[in-house]
Design a protein around this ligand. Structure first.
Ligand code: SF4
Ligand code: MSK
Length: 673
């Protein structure tokens, strides 16, 4: 039962659809994460990373100046260990996703996966060739088998260097070697971090966090990049596709199947099964008009950017979708699935179906997914949802959804800027060098009910656009922008500065680019690498005028992403709670971990990690960093007045002038008689 919420709905979410559902939840007395968060005060000792429970002598809470744990561990050791374990947790989740994708590729190559095929042969051949796999006179299946073996080997490799790191700029690889953070194997680095943070192991904050950086690099330039590569090979490299986002995508008259989690393997098969005429007939036989599949969280991003499957919402929408009473089945795989959806669904007819061999939730139906029967399993789930349609009672679906364009992969951006025969990042680099585009901001990451849902994502995005900063987004941040209408070409252009606006009008790209799911932050790394390779913006990622932000972060994966971005040279700002914060009672001089992730990491990698909860400060530091990098590259100072009205706007103004004045405006003087 929900208690009366302490915050008005406008302070829980800026999304009108969410607000509508939150009012409804309160009316019918059901709790959500939005209300539970107000009933659960955060522990400020644990939140600041000052509580250690690494052994049975503790937990030890270090809240007094100079205090240590029972074993003598100091505050900097404890904070560094806690942060390192968070990074290892996030890296393991992303990377295990990558491993599963590599096994799927192997199964597809060997004809052991039902319903899949290799869709992007060009990317398969490019990657195989990059890694030295023979591609001439070989079938896609033969090449895919070898590439899958190479990728699978990256997880268990014990010595040497992850081959995937060769995709980073050469200078960056040297930085990692010099700093001793070049990963040996994905699993090895995760285990190494868990080992060194056990009681009685590594007890030097700098050294603990060095291991954590190696682990994060193994994620970003290892497991995550493998996940993205294989998803593109199997399901197609994303290219712009129209879609819709928000709870209004749920259908009043059709069977609603919501796919939620992260891995595209099952969700893409569910999409395929839902389009099967036999399944549609089955739905009709149960009284529905058809079947609608929609997504939540990063499964939404995976299916949206490849198939245009509508996104029902981001992380905090998972409970709200069930509250509509219109969801026959919520099919989940891995990561970011709240246990609360099972008891919540008991108030409705919604069946929660877990599918991953790694994830069961007490009270949910478990239908385990295996590639060799993928399509059969997907059809079985769809049929169950159709059968459940007759149990649907009153529904309450907010009549709110926004259109968007998703699918800006690295490859498409290259094509978009240069065309088929001269694909290039040159126009983007030139625009940054000239100052039309001030810089690039990657605004990524989760929703967190401790802040106002989507508010930070949207406010930061708006400020970046006003300041001619091109925005790329992934994960739940991308869905926040989509829901609020920023991802539709001209739709957001009235809020964009003149220089960026002109580039958007010339190239046809929206000012906010949907780049994918949270595992696809690896795409942002490859975009930055190509910007470096294109020339004019330095010879390594740390020189590019770019910033990464996760304003509403909550998951361990966000910690790993932030760390691999810093290790790649980026300045990263996280909003919300600071896991290495100090407490007033304890002398600041002790907070070595916070010093390491900012000053020390900047010295070693050229990037730094900061936790800042003030939105004005986030914006100020982002723009200051971009300007600092512009200055270091000797680029002209950013000056929006230089560009004035952009091309299309100027043309509209000129069109409205009398003929004589029009010619004068166009050519500087009247033309002819
Ligand atoms: Fe306490 Fe040390 Fe055990 Fe941590 S490892 S719980 S600080 S005794
Ligand atoms: S789903 S990790 S809440 S982005 Fe990738 Fe969203 Fe964060 Fe999960």
């Amino acid at each position: 039962m929900a208690k009366k919420t302490s915050r008005p709905v406008e302070e829980q979410s800026i999304d009108p659809a969410a607000q509508e559902m939150l009012i409804y939840a309160e009316q019918i007395g059901l709790s959500t994460a939005f209300t539970r968060v107000d009933e659960m005060a955060p522990c400020n000792i644990g939140g600041a990373g000052m509580c250690c429970k690494m052994c049975g002598m503790g937990p030890c809470r270090l809240t007094k100046d100079g205090s240590t744990g029972i074993c003598g561990a100091t505050i900097d050791t404890i904070q560094a260990r806690n942060l390192a374990r968070g990074i290892a947790g996030g890296a393991s989740a992303h990377s295990d996703h990558g491993r599963d994708m590599a096994f799927t590729l192997k199964a597809v190559a060997n004809g052991e996966a039902q319903g899949y095929r290799i869709r992007d042969v060009a990317k398969l051949r490019y990657l195989a060739d990059f890694y030295g796999i023979e591609i001439e006179d070989r079938t896609p299946a033969e090449i895919a088998n070898d590439l899958a073996d190479l990728y699978i080997a990256q997880f268990g490799q014990q010595k040497g260097e992850l081959v995937v790191t060769r995709r980073a700029p050469k200078k960056r690889q040297e930085v990692w070697r010099k700093a001793n953070v070049m990963p040996r194997g994905v699993d090895r680095e995760v285990v190494d971090t868990l080992h060194r943070t056990h009681i009685g192991d590594d007890q030097d904050a700098f050294h603990i966090l060095e291991g954590a950086v190696r682990c994060a690099v193994a994620d970003g330039w290892g497991g995550s990049l493998i996940a993205t590569d294989v998803s593109d090979i199997l399901f197609g490299t994303p290219a712009p596709v129209m879609g819709e986002a928000n709870l209004g995508v749920l259908s009043k008259t059709e069977v609603n199947v919501v796919v939620h989690g992260h891995e595209p393997t099952l969700s893409m098969m569910i999409v395929a099964a839902s389009q099967d005429p036999e399944m549609i007939e089955y739905a009709k036989s149960r009284g529905a008009e058809g079947i609608v599949v929609s997504g939540i969280c990063c499964t939404a991003n995976e299916t949206l950017m490849r198939q245009g499957v509508p996104a029902a919402g981001n992380f905090l929408h998972q409970e709200l979708a069930i509250l509509t009473g219109a969801v026959e089945a919520m099919v989940v795989d891995v990561q970011c699935i709240m246990q609360a959806i099972v008891p919540l669904a008991e108030n409705f007819h919604t069946e929660i179906v877990t599918t991953s061999p790694k994830v069961k939730i007490t009270g949910a139906t478990h239908i385990e997914f295996h590639e060799d029967r993928a399509l059969d399993i997907a059809k079985e789930i769809i049929k169950r949802a159709c059968d459940n349609f007759v149990n649907r009672k009153e529904t309450k679906i907010p009549d709110l959804k926004s259109s968007l364009i998703a699918g800006f992969s690295h490859e498409y951006i290259n094509y978009m800027l240069g065309g088929s025969y001269r694909g290039s990042f040159r126009p983007l680099n030139d625009a940054i060098m000239a100052g039309r585009i001030r810089g690039v901001a990657a605004i990524i990451g989760c929703n967190n009910p401790r802040s106002n849902q989507d508010y930070l994502h949207i406010e930061v995005t708006k400020e970046m656009l006003k300041n001619d900063v091109l925005v790329v987004q992934t994960g739940c941040g991308a869905i926040a922008s989509a829901k609020l209408g920023f991802m539709l070409g001209e739709a957001g252009l009235d809020q964009v500065g003149p220089g960026l606006r002109e580039i958007c009008e010339t190239t046809g790209m929206p000012p906010v680019l949907h780049v994918g799911s949270c595992v696809d932050n690896a795409r942002i790394l490859t975009v930055l690498t190509q910007m470096v390779a294109e020339g004019g913006l330095g010879d390594d990622i740390d020189q590019v005028p770019a910033v990464g932000m996760a304003p509403e972060w909550m998951s361990e994966k966000a910690l790993s992403i932030a760390t691999y971005c810093v290790a790649s040279g980026a300045y990263v700002i996280m909003g919300g709670s600071n896991p290495v914060a100090g407490m007033e009672k304890v002398s600041n001089s002790q907070f070595v971990a916070e010093e390491v992730i900012s000053k020390e990491w900047e010295r070693l990698y050229g990037g730094r990690l900061e936790f800042i909860d003030d939105i004005d400060e986030i914006i100020k530091r982002t723009l200051a960093h971009i300007d600092k990098k512009r200055k270091a590259l000797n680029l002209p100072k950013y000056d929006p007045a230089r560009w004035g009205a952009s091309g299309d706007r100027r043309m509209v103004e000129i069109e409205e002038l009398p003929l004589m004045r029009r010619e004068e405006a166009l050519y500087g003087m009247p033309v002819g008689d």
